[in-house]
Design a protein around this ligand. Structure first.
Ligand code: EPZ
Length: 417
């Protein structure tokens, strides 16, 4: 199993290019199931989750042609199977995003329940309730969701909790439904806006993308399209945190600062100096890191997917602060590992209490989930001596060659195979 070895204490210099957004790519690949026409997606990050989803789509009978440079042509001429097997779904929860498109296009779906994960129980009850409101017959047996509908019908859907993939599932399903669907308390993430842009190019009728109320007028069929995925705002944020904790002066290319408002504002509060261009950021490390508390919220609030990276930075800040995790009930697995490196932090319910600066020393640590592993990489960059991170397969699920990108910025980092 791969490990990553880092020797800390080197400031970062130079430029780094951000990849396409994993969390936009996944629903957009599933959207290709909505049409028999070819869909071309560009700027896809070549990370493990994208490969897993490609295999899942092939299982339904879609042709998935991968071309160099993060391009895929997906064509679901016919849907010959509607089963998403446990073997694939257990490795990637986002597989649930095939549910809406399959029921809308093929009238049926059999999708393994994703089960819990390291960061929380993560039920999909809201997805199922919404599809039921649209007329789907839903049953759960032997660990699988069975859903069927001759044709979904438009409905009023109110999400009691803001859910990103729930909004995406219903948005995709509603494009082929009979009549109008209105989703209220919808998620507003940039990834949802990008999905709506792609669907609109396929002929869907959508209003309100990026707001908490979405209106979708169903159509009889959709066309193909050629769509470039937006940059990954979480990868962008991770590099900002890397520069802030390691020191240095970097330029981040091919990103979209407008998608990161809350993150940029917060990092500026810590003393990180950030200059914005239309698709690039210049980041200079703080002279002294200032402590500043955060609370994670749905977009446009501070994203939970940046919480672990920010927590690592706060261990090096002067003063005390709190990090409150509002979205997932168990997203502080990195705190104990940071303690092993010398951090002065502890968890009390949904809040981590951090006081610093506590010098970090390199250690052997264990990654538990995607963003926790990123925070350990950052801690390793800021620590004295050698850090070895185990189970980095978590990292590879959502970051494209992050070790190589950091080495390109001068970090002493390597992969141990
Ligand atoms: C998406 O997960 C992202 N994944 C997550 O990114 C991200 O952390 C999360 O949104 C929040 O921003 C993808 O886009 C593939 P939710 P999702 O449904 O959609 C509860 C990463 O690191 N809930 O918005 O699964 C749920 O338990 C990953 O890239 C229900 O109770 O998250 C959570 O507490 C990790 N019932 C809250 O809502 C439901 O049916 C928000 O979850 C659905 C959700």
């Amino acid at each position: 199993m791969d490990k990553i070895r880092i020797v800390g204490g080197r400031p970062l210099e130079g430029t780094v290019r951000v990849s396409g957004a994993k969390n936009a790519s996944l629903p957009e690949m599933c959207a290709a199931l909505l049409t028999e026409k070819p869909v071309v997606l560009r700027n896809l990050p070549e990370v493990r989750d994208i490969q897993t989803l490609g295999r899942l789509l092939e299982g339904f009978g879609a042709e998935v042609e991968c071309r160099v440079g993060g391009i895929q042509e997906i064509r679901a001429r016919d849907v010959t199977s509607v089963e998403a097997p446990y073997e694939l779904v257990k490795t990637m929860r986002a597989s649930v995003l095939v549910l809406g498109p399959l029921v809308a296009r093929a009238g049926r779906a059999r999708v393994s329940l994703p089960g819990g994960c390291a960061i929380g129980a993560r039920p999909i009850n809201l997805h199922l309730l919404a599809l039921e409101k649209m007329g789907a017959l839903i049953s759960v047996e032997h660990g699988y969701v069975e859903a069927s509908a001759e044709r979904l019908r438009g409905a009023e859907i109110h999400f009691e909790t803001v859910t990103v993939t729930g909004t995406e599932n219903v948005l995709m399903a509603a494009t082929l439904a009979d009549g109008e669907t209105v989703i209220s308390n919808a998620a507003c993430e940039p990834e949802i806006e990008d999905l709506a842009l792609m669907l609109t190019a396929m002929g869907a009728r959508i209003e309100g993308a990026g707001t908490s109320t979405l209106r979708i007028e169903g159509v009889g069929s959709l066309n193909g399209t050629d769509h470039a995925v937006i940059p990954d705002r979480i990868e962008t944020g991770t590099f900002i945190a890397a520069c802030a904790i390691a020191g240095g002066d970097i330029e981040i290319l091919a990103c979209n600062p407008a998608h990161l408002r809350a993150v940029l504002d917060k990092f500026r509060e810590t003393g990180t100096r950030i200059e914005e261009g239309p698709s690039n950021l210049r980041v200079r490390a703080p002279r002294q890191i200032r402590a500043s508390s955060i609370t994670t919220l749905p977009h446009p609030g501070f994203p939970t997917d940046m919480q672990a990276q920010y927590t690592a930075l706060m261990t090096q800040a002067s003063g005390a602060c709190t990090v409150t995790e509002n979205i997932f009930e168990n997203r502080f697995m990195h705190v104990a590992e940071l303690q092993r490196m010398g951090a002065n932090n502890r968890v009390d319910g949904r809040t981590a209490l951090i006081s610093g600066p506590a010098p970090l020393s390199g250690a052997q640590v264990m990654a538990t989930d995607l963003r926790a592993s990123a925070s350990l990489v950052l801690a390793g960059l800021g620590a004295s001596g050698e850090t070895v991170i185990d189970r980095v397969y978590h990292l590879d699920r959502g970051y494209y060659r992050i070790d190589e990108k950091l080495r390109g910025l001068g970090a002493d980092i390597e992969r141990l195979i």
